[in-house]
Structure formats: structure tokens, C-alpha cells
Design a protein around this ligand. Structure first.
Ligand SMILES: Cc1ncc(C[n+]2csc(CCOP(=O)(O)OP(=O)(O)O)c2C)c(N)n1
Ligand SMILES: [Mg+2]
Length: 544
């Protein structure tokens, strides 16, 4: 007798075959067959309290492993909730696959249960978005989604799975199973002639600069960039913040950009973060664009006109490797300029040495992160997540870590609690820290419950200044100190919320108590929140 398989069984087996065994999910009518099919499988279902959290967890998984994180949500409202989180993953070039249940195909256009044009809804926030229509080929469609998520510029992909496609059965021998090549992205390399042309332009420049995009903001990407910097003698930077040249991570980056006479964009989109080529960049500075997407090379060429020196399509990692390989005969850069740029990246305001908490019952944000620094730096596998407005920017300027994740170019706050859980699903041993403002903590508070249930311990450091400070500062700047509106928050005991949900919570209102609180939070082995009462201070901008 021929065995028959449901579409749901095919999806589960396909994920097993590709080694995608961690699934971030929230149940619902349209995907119950997937939950049933997963019972006797290798899949581990981590279920969350809001669909956006499943996508943020998959995002963290993708950024840390380079393999797409997988999220399953139900159709209609579940899908709608999940879609918002795709924006962050798209901006951060993070590979993930969102599988959403969907109204039965024979109910389409007839007012089916939770019917929604899901593929259209997810399209602007994903690399590709479509609906599977056939049970026998659903595994192939899934393999294609995984392939697209990791090819070229990585990013999120959405595939809707109608419940009748998942429920229908087909004989096992009629299933079109994907093979390894169906999952595998084919990297586009940089050819030797193009690599040599870029190296020649670097050699002809006085102060060249390589800028990479968020794709390289992971451990292997940072490693590639530091090898590139050494091989070329050219300063390199990753731009992954909407604050652009004001990103506190990069010190006096605006000054480096002002002095540069050639900027090589290595998989970095030419966009608002670069001020579209305007100040602080020198009007005479020329550009090279090496990008996985021809449309982005064309955009840079169009925007820059005569300042555009060279462009070509290549994937970021192989392009970086090609430049290193072709530079083997001799670094084309300028070592004196490299040293100058390095010291500008490392620059921090001189008055920091004298900043100290002096408001009773409140800690200065700088002191919070100076105290946290030894904990973050102790173990090289530590994961650090920075999220929110002003407070986390202080963290970004003080803490350095090659496994750091920020909410990124999308500038969307609120993802850090689910991201910390997703990071813990990958990194089972080393500490996971998430630093965020008090407003930001509220977005996904209920995910503490997920972390407790799924045994995903991490330490959240919340800077409570009782306001949406980033927006408060904009109002003061643009409308005046008497025109602030709608930015006040309460001194809520977020630590007690976490305790109530089964985690570890501590309130800190004195710098001296902070190290002990971090020690206890780490030792608790639970999801923990250290609620630090902070002075409400704008984030630092480093200028020469
Ligand atoms: C999803 C989303 N909503 C709103 C904003 C606008 N926004 C940016 S920072 C910020 C304030 C964050 O407040 P908090 O987390 O308390 O950090 P603080 O600035 O106070 O340190 C807001 C509302 C945003 N960037 N993303
Ligand atoms: Mg705040």
C-alpha cells in the first residue's frame, strides 16, 4: 500500500531535511496540521505570546547562525501581527522565512475565514512573498524560500500555506522533494578584473574608506572586514544604524567621512544613512558600489552622477574575499590614514572621564555601561542586543562585541526581548544581554513568559528614565522646552513584572549595587530584568 502524506508532513520533513529544527511559532486554526505533523518529528516548537515576537526570534537566529530562522504563524490576524517584524529583518539583511497559514484556496474571494491578501501585505517588507498552491510541490516552494532568504543580500521571505494545501494528502512517491541544490544559494563572485579595478582606485586615492552594510554585522562579517582592512590598509566600517554618521559605535565617524576622498560601498545601500552623499562627506569624494543588487548599484550611479567612479554586481562576502586575494601582492591603501581613521573611530568625548552619577537615586547611563563592560567582555561568545532610544546609544558607544545585534537601519524599537530569547536558542552557554529603554521594554513584555517556559535565560538591562526620551529630545529641539507632549512614562517596576512572570528581577538606583545585581541575574539561570533608575540624558554624539 502506498503511504500518503499531508502537505503539513511534507513541510515538516523538508525542514528536518534542511536541518531547520528550531521553530518560533504561535498556533492558530490554519496551521494546526503543522503542529500535528511536528509531534513525531525532530522539530522543537518554541511558542510565543505575539506573532511579531516569533519573527524577531527567527531574526536573531538568522543573524547569529547565518541560516534562516523559521517562524510559523496562523493566517489573517496572526500573519498581520507578524508582518510588522519583517521590517526590522529586511533593514538588517537578516535571513528568515515566515510561514503563515492561510484561508483555504476554494474560499478565496468568497469571504473565507480570516481571508487576507497575505502575500501582497508582506511583499514590501520581504525579499519575496507568495502563496503555495499545490500539496505535492510545497517542499520545493519551501526550499526556494530558504534559498532566496540566503542568496545575494540576505533577508526575510514570506510563504503563505493555505490550510487545504496543508491538509490534502498525496502519495509519498508523488511528492516533489527538494534536493540540496534547491536550498543552496549560488554566490555571485567579484571577478579579478573588477577587483583589480577597485584596488587601483584605492591605490590612487589618498584617504580611501570601505563602508559595509548590516549583512556584515555578525562575527564572520566583522572578521572578514578586519582581514580586509589589514590586507588593503584601508579603514573599514559597518553602517547599520539609522543614526548614520552619528552612530555612537563609530566614534568620530563623521570626521572620517569628511576627510575621505574615495568611499567603497561593499554591500552598503546608498541611502539616507549616507546623507545621500552630502555633508559631512566631501563633495569631491568619489564612490564605488559593489552590491548584490544591480538596482542598488544603478541607484548609487544615478544619485552620484560624476562622483560615481565604478560599480559592479557581486555578493558581499565573496567580493570581500576577492579584494583580499587580489591585494596579496601589496596593500594599496595608506597606513598613515588608516591609523588616523582608527583613532577617530576610537574617539570618545573628553568629558567622559569626569562624568559620574551624582543625582541621588539615579545612575548616569555612561556609568551603567562602564559597569556592564567587564561582564560583556569576559566571555568572547557573549551576545549583546541594543534596542530603543537614547539609553541604548550610550551602550553602543561603550560596549564592543562581535556578537552584537541592534534594531538597525529600520529604526524600529521593541524587538530586543524576543531577540534575546532567539539568541539564547542559539547560544546555550555564554551570557546574553539585552539593553533597552523603559518605553522599549513594554513592546514585548509578555515574552518574558516565553523565555521562562522555554528555558531561555538572558539578562535585560532596562534604563528607566520615565519617558520616551529620544522623542522628548526631538520635541525640545524642534518645538522648545515648553512644547513637550506625550512622552511621559511611569516609574513602573518592570523588575517586579519579570518576577511575577517567573523570572529574576532587581531594582537598582545606585551605581554601587549594579555589579552585584548583574552577578545575581546571571547566576539565577532565569530570564532576568535589572531595572536601573537612570538620569534622562540624550545619547552621545562624538565630534572632533
Ligand atoms: C516601532 C517604533 N515606534 C516608535 C519609534 C519612535 N521612537 C524612537 S526612539 C523612541 C523612544 C524610546 O524610548 P525608551 O525605550 O524609553 O528609550 P529612551 O530614549 O528613553 O532611552 C521612540 C518612541 C520607533 N523608532 N519605532
Ligand atoms: Mg526611556
Amino acid at each position: 500500500m502506498t503511504t500518503t502524506l499531508r502537505g503539513a508532513d511534507i513541510v515538516v520533513r523538508t525542514l528536518e531535511q534542511a536541518g531547520h529544527t528550531t521553530i518560533f511559532t504561535l498556533s492558530g486554526n490554519h496551521i494546526m496540521s503543522l503542529f500535528d505533523a511536528a509531534i513525531d518529528s525532530k522539530l522543537d516548537l518554541l511558542h510565543v505570546r505575539h506573532e511579531a515576537a516569533s519573527v524577531h526570534m527567527a531574526d536573531a537566529f538568522g543573524r547569529l547562525t547565518g541560516k534562516p530562522g523559521i517562524a510559523w504563524v496562523t493566517g489573517g490576524p496572526g500573519h498581520a501581527n507578524a508582518v510588522a517584524a519583517l521590517f526590522t529583518a529586511l533593514g538588517q539583511e537578516s535571513p528568515l522565512v515566515l510561514l503563515s497559514g492561510h484561508t483555504e484556496t476554494d474560499q478565496l474571494g468568497r469571504g473565507g475565514f480570516q481571508e487576507l491578501r497575505q502575500a501582497e501585505m508582506a511583499a514590501p517588507v520581504s525579499k519575496a512573498s507568495w502563496m503555495a498552491a499545490d500539496t505535492a510541490t510545497v517542499g520545493l516552494e519551501l526550499a526556494k524560500a530558504i534559498r532566496i532568504a540566503t542568496s545575494g543580500r540576505p533577508g526575510p521571505v514570506h510563504l503563505s500555506l493555505p490550510s487545504d494545501v496543508l491538509d490534502a494528502t498525496v502519495p509519498e512517491d508523488a511528492v516533489a522533494w527538494p534536493t540540496a541544490s534547491d536550498f543552496a544559494a549560488e554566490p555571485v563572485s567579484l571577478n579579478d578584473a573588477a577587483a583589480d579595478a577597485v584596488l587601483a582606485m584605492i591605490a590612487a586615492a589618498q584617504r580611501p574608506l570601505v563602508i559595509a552594510g548590516p549583512q556584515l554585522a555578525n562575527r564572520s562579517g566583522r572578521n572578514l572586514l578586519s582581514r580586509l582592512e589589514a590586507a588593503l590598509s584601508v579603514p573599514t566600517a559597518i553602517m547599520e544604524s539609522p543614526r548614520g554618521f552619528n552612530d555612537a559605535t563609530l566614534g568620530a565617524f563623521a570626521e572620517i567621512a569628511r576627510r575621505a576622498d574615495l568611499i567603497v560601498l561593499l554591500g552598503k545601500a546608498f541611502d539616507f544613512t549616507l546623507k545621500f552623499g552630502g555633508a559631512p562627506i566631501d563633495p569631491a569624494c568619489r564612490f564605488v558600489s559593489i552590491d548584490p543588487e544591480g538596482a542598488l548599484v544603478d541607484r548609487a550611479a544615478h544619485e552620484l552622477g560624476a562622483r560615481f567612479a565604478f560599480g559592479c554586481v557581486a555578493d558581499t562576502n565573496p567580493a570581500g574575499e576577492a579584494l583580499i586575494r587580489r591585494a596579496a601582492a601589496g596593500a594599496p591603501g595608506n597606513p598613515a590614514w588608516l591609523a588616523e581613521a582608527r583613532s577617530l573611530f576610537a574617539q570618545r568625548p573628553a568629558n567622559w572621564a569626569t562624568i559620574a552619577s551624582n543625582v541621588p537615586g539615579k545612575v548616569h547611563p555612561l556609568d551603567v555601561f562602564r559597569a556592564l563592560k567587564p561582564f560583556v567582555e569576559k566571555d568572547p561568545d557573549t551576545v549583546l542586543i541594543c534596542d530603543g532610544g537614547e539609553f541604548a546609544q550610550w551602550g553602543q558607544s561603550v560596549l564592543s562585541n562581535d556578537r552584537r545585534m541592534i534594531n538597525g537601519v529600520a529604526g524600529s524599537i521593541g524587538s530586543s526581548l524576543p531577540m534575546a530569547g532567539g539568541a539564547r536558542a542559539v547560544e546555550r552557554r555564554a551570557p546574553v544581554f539585552a539593553v533597552m529603554g523603559d518605553g522599549t521594554f513594554g513592546f514585548h513584555m509578555a515574552e518574558i513568559d516565553t523565555a521562562v517556559r522555554c528555558n531561555l535565560p538572558y539578562v535585560a538591562i532596562v534604563g528607566t528614565d520615565c519617558r520616551w526620551n529620544a522623542e522628548y529630545n526631538l520635541q525640545v529641539r524642534d518645538y522648545g522646552p515648553n512644547r513637550t507632549h506625550g512622552c511621559e512614562l511611569l516609574p513602573t517596576r518592570y523588575d517586579l513584572v519579570v518576577t511575577a512572570l517567573g523570572g529574576h528581577g532587581e531594582l537598582v538606583d545606585n551605581l554601587a549595587d549594579l555589579p552585584g545585581a548583574v552577578e545575581r541575574a546571571l547566576a539565577s539561570g532565569k530570564p532576568a530584568c535589572i531595572n536601573v533608575m537612570i538620569e534622562s540624558i540624550p545619547s552621545p554624539v562624538v565630534r572632533v
